[in-house]
Design a protein around this ligand. Structure first.
Ligand code: PLP
Length: 408
């Protein structure tokens, strides 16, 4: 990275002039925090008492026996408070907001998970909180909207554009421009203008730091490969951070949705459908047409359904430091069902993308070698989506009966 946040030409800071002081202040606060050992200690302390850090590294004995190749370990980010690795980022930014003396946080959210995590952090630290969410997502993600409101957040349904995540991001920036003195924008993944990719990666690096120490304790050596799903790229960057200087293959898995040929997917790094462009404050691979119009994306996993991707992962693709693969909705639902039944683990649909690729490769690896899969979140919170994906008729009847009871 150079000092304007470029990673081999990806990234950068494409922001409205009026926000430049706010960004300078944020960069300075982040630099100061990062060079203060007390800050990381405070971060670890809050994550160990308010969330579940260090999260365990689980040996998946049954899966290992089934595939008959590498020893499969699972990093349990699902055990974080609010059910995913997102807690690592929001709590870290929350501590930074306290240091900057601001009193209000805003965030964008698509599936609602980052909104719930941010609203939780705001409740804990006593910040005012506004969450921007596309109107379409507000309708699709009612359970998360319910929790955000209970946590005291104001949820704003965004009615501009196609009324989804990218429109919510634009609206959040608009809010920030008007309220920059009091407000911090808690960006949800390792994307957006500098310093967000670097800052979110820094907080998520707790995953990789722990995983490296844990696997060395258990196996006495490094894993040969580590696997993570890639939406914006924050859980992948978090795990990868622990192994950047090691001879470890980093494998990122994107959402192939209904298949590459269908056009209904969110594959930015492992298909020729994406191209480099500038949007939402940074330069990276976007799913866009020739005039830079963003394409519609699709995944069964709402958290992977995004048009851009971390500029740091774009760099890793360019320099060959990581390998990127993709898993279809069908493969993901099968791998999820199998993992639940075989190991009693319930990964989120997002995380199940990483399992798909690891299951393809594990049988081909040496039984003396170890691999790590990042279970970025838990699937039981996704019961509406998961039960739909499994097509469970008893579940459908349950919903119908419930609706009828409300109507009566
Ligand atoms: C949000 C989310 C993701 C995708 O975000 P990244 O920034 O790519 O990590 C993946 N898994 C879970 C469980 C999520 O909630």
């Amino acid at each position: 990275m150079n000092d304007r946040g470029y990673y081999s030409g990806f990234g950068g800071m494409f922001i409205p002039e009026i926000l430049s002081t706010t960004f300078d202040q944020l960069i300075a606060a982040f630099r100061a925090a990062r060079s203060d050992p007390a800050f990381w200690r405070e971060y670890e302390a809050i994550m160990s008492t308010y969330s579940c850090r260090p999260t365990p590294l689980t040996f998946a004995e049954n899966l290992t026996r089934h595939f008959g190749g590498a020893r499969i370990y699972v990093k349990r980010e699902d055990l974080n408070h609010t059910g995913a690795h997102k807690a690592n980022n929001v709590m870290g930014q929350g501590l930074l907001v306290k240091r900057m003396g601001k009193t209000r946080v805003i965030a964008e959210t698509g599936a609602g998970q980052h909104g719930v995590a941010t609203a939780t952090m705001a409740a804990k630290f006593g910040f005012e909180c506004t969450i921007y969410m596309g109107e379409v997502d507000v309708e699709r993600q009612r359970p998360n909207v319910f929790w955000m409101e209970r946590l005291g957040a104001k949820v704003v349904a965004v009615r501009t554009g196609t009324r989804i995540l990218k429109d919510a991001i634009n609206e959040a920036f608009r809010d920030w421009v008007t309220n920059m003195d009091s407000t911090h924008y808690v960006l949800g993944t390792a994307c957006g203008p500098h310093p967000f990719p670097e800052m979110v990666t820094y907080f998520q690096s707790i995953i990789g730091r722990e995983a490296r120490r844990q696997i060395l304790e258990r196996e006495g050596k490094l894993p040969v490969r580590v696997y993570a799903c890639v939406g914006g790229g924050s859980n992948a960057m978090g795990l990868f951070s622990g192994f950047l200087d090691d001879p470890v293959q980093l494998v990122g898995v994107e959402a192939a949705g209904r298949g590459l040929a269908s056009g209904a997917h969110a594959v930015r790094l492992s298909s020729p459908d994406a191209s480099v462009g500038v949007a939402q404050g940074y330069k990276t691979y976007f799913l866009q047409n020739r005039d830079g119009q963003m394409k519609e994306t699709h995944s069964v996993a709402a958290g992977l359904d995004y048009v851009g991707v971390s500029p740091i992962l774009s760099q890793f693709k360019e320099i060959g430091r990581a390998r990127f693969e993709a898993a279809t909705d069908r493969e993901v639902v099968d791998a999820l069902a199998f993992t639940i039944r075989k190991e009693g683990l319930i990964p989120a649909l997002e995380s199940a993308h990483a399992f798909v690729q690891a299951f393809k490769e594990a049988p081909l690896l040496d039984p003396a070698d170890a691999i790590i899969i990042n279970q970025s979140g838990r699937g039981d919170k996704d019961i509406f989506t998961v039960a739909d994906a499994f097509g469970d008729p008893a579940w459908q009847q349950f919903i119908i009966d419930k609706a009828e009871r409300y109507r009566a």
